[in-house]
Design a protein around this ligand. Structure first.
Ligand SMILES: [Zn+2]
Length: 73
């Protein structure tokens, strides 16, 4: 896979990313596998990762302000 921004190689890493699920709710998913560009700070999520994130976010009560999840639960 190549970076969509600069064309450099992407490297698979695990990182923590915040997802906004409502006006006042943020979910932080830890140890999320992403493809990080080795040249710029761009990254992307693979489709299968995105689907799993959607599943995780669906299970969250949108009334909480901050929730922290492990990707590999
Ligand atoms: Zn890049």
């Amino acid at each position: 896979m190549k970076c969509a921004t600069c064309g450099a190689d992407l490297t698979g890493i695990a990182t923590d990313l915040p997802f906004k699920i409502g006006d006042h709710s943020i979910v932080i998913i830890k140890n999320l596998p992403v493809l990080q560009c080795s040249n710029c700070s761009d990254y992307l999520l693979e489709d299968c990762t995105m689907e799993r994130v959607d599943e995780l976010l669906k299970g969250i009560d949108a009334k909480v302000e901050v929730e922290i999840l492990q990707y590999a639960a």
